[in-house]
Ligand binder design. Structure first.
Ligand SMILES: *Cc1c(COP(=O)(O)O)cnc(C)c1O
Length: 340
């Protein structure tokens, strides 16, 4: 049977008709010359939303994160992040490869760091030690099952970084999910971070693209690094138009994805083959299968009913809601969860 409901990731979303129309009619130019007005408009729009000085459109979130890390470190420096961090686990070893920096891994609660966790891990100056120069937070935390920081949790981390002279970068691949869940305003983020990566191709539904936000000086440097990474694009406005459309049309609906995730979590917690479900905060549901079952068997059974999920560990399964999942698909999935 062909899969019909795809919960593997919020990256599987396809452009809507409205988005495609916006793309087809975009005004474009050569963005390496700075002449693509749609790319410029996207960068200005997003930096305005987060109250940052400037933005840089890139093909992927991996690229925006890696450019930021390159901007904020020198070889022999050390990056502090949670052990689940995407920048460490899922970016191909890029921190070592591009930036020649080492990494100090912390153990946050579902990936959420605190000043108390960070402070003892900051190296004071000593010729033996790598220099701690950058802290990276992730909001929401992918591996944490969509757990999120509120701004009140971020503020003291920013203060610590400021006092110790460290930069602070946000991997905000799902930052709009975090804002939806916490009710925080994006406008207040600018003052806490030196860099913010925002993905347009996750729950926002664009086919491609992430934007790095920062100061004018940071983005000036980031443009050069993007070029060296091979990420300078030409008539990229066709893609940026999808991003603008997503910001205008797909943020308000994220709350629906969160409701869908909560409904799925509730049904799963009642299923005999489920041992536990991580509390849902946003659009990601991670659950552990009972010891009498294996994740592989449950995922295969789900797939045979037309429901695609992903295995994230020997006993854990992940389901992600997104704009390709509607209420009818949730009802269908609930029936199948009950009668698997
Ligand atoms: C998806 C994701 C990224 C970026 O991924 P790309 O596929 O390179 O766009 C970065 N951080 C997190 C937490 C993610 O989930």
């Amino acid at each position: 049977m062909a899969l019909i409901v795809d919960f593997r990731s919020d990256t599987v979303t396809k452009p809507t008709q409205g988005m495609l129309d916006a793309m087809m009619t975009a005004k474009v130019g050569d963005d390496v010359f700075g002449e693509d007005e749609t790319v410029n408009a996207l960068e200005a729009k997003l930096s305005g939303i987060f109250n940052m000085e400037a933005g840089l459109f890139c093909p992927s979130g991996t690229m925006t994160n890696q450019i930021a890390i390159k901007c904020f470190t020198q070889p022999m420096d050390e990056v502090i992040c949670d052990q689940t961090a995407h920048v460490y686990r899922y970016e191909g070893g890029g921190i070592a490869y591009h930036s020649m920096a080492s990494v100090r891994l912390l153990n946050g609660q579902r990936g959420i760091l605190t000043p108390e966790l960070i402070e003892p891990e900051i190296n004071e100056y000593n010729i033996h030690y790598p220099s701690s120069t950058l802290v990276v937070l992730e909001n929401t935390v992918n591996k944490g099952g969509g757990s999120c920081y509120s701004l009140s949790q971020i503020e003291p981390i920013h203060t610590l970084c400021n006092v110790k002279g460290l930069k602070l970068h946000l991997d905000g691949a799902r930052i709009f999910n975090a804002l939806t869940a916490t009710g925080d305003s994006a406008k207040n983020y600018g003052r806490y971070f030196d860099g913010i990566s925002v993905c347009l191709s996750k729950g926002l539904g664009a086919p491609i693209g992430s934007v790095l936000l920062g100061s004018k000086e940071t983005i000036r440097r980031a443009i050069k690094i993007r070029k060296a990474f091979g990420g300078g694009m030409r008539q990229a406005g066709y893609l940026a138009a999808a991003g603008i459309y997503a910001l205008d049309n797909h943020i308000d609906r994220l709350v629906i994805d969160h409701q869908h995730a909560a409904i799925l979590a509730d049904a799963l917690s009642k299923a005999s083959y489920v041992a536990s479900v991580m509390p849902v905060q946003t659009n990601i549901v991670i659950f552990q299968v009972a010891s009498s079952h294996s994740a592989e068997v449950v995922v295969t059974l789900m797939a045979s009913k037309g429901i695609a999920c992903s295995i994230t560990g020997k006993n854990t399964i992940r389901m992600v809601t997104h704009l390709g999942i509607d209420a009818g698909m949730i009802d269908f999935t609930l029936e199948n969860i009950k009668n698997l």
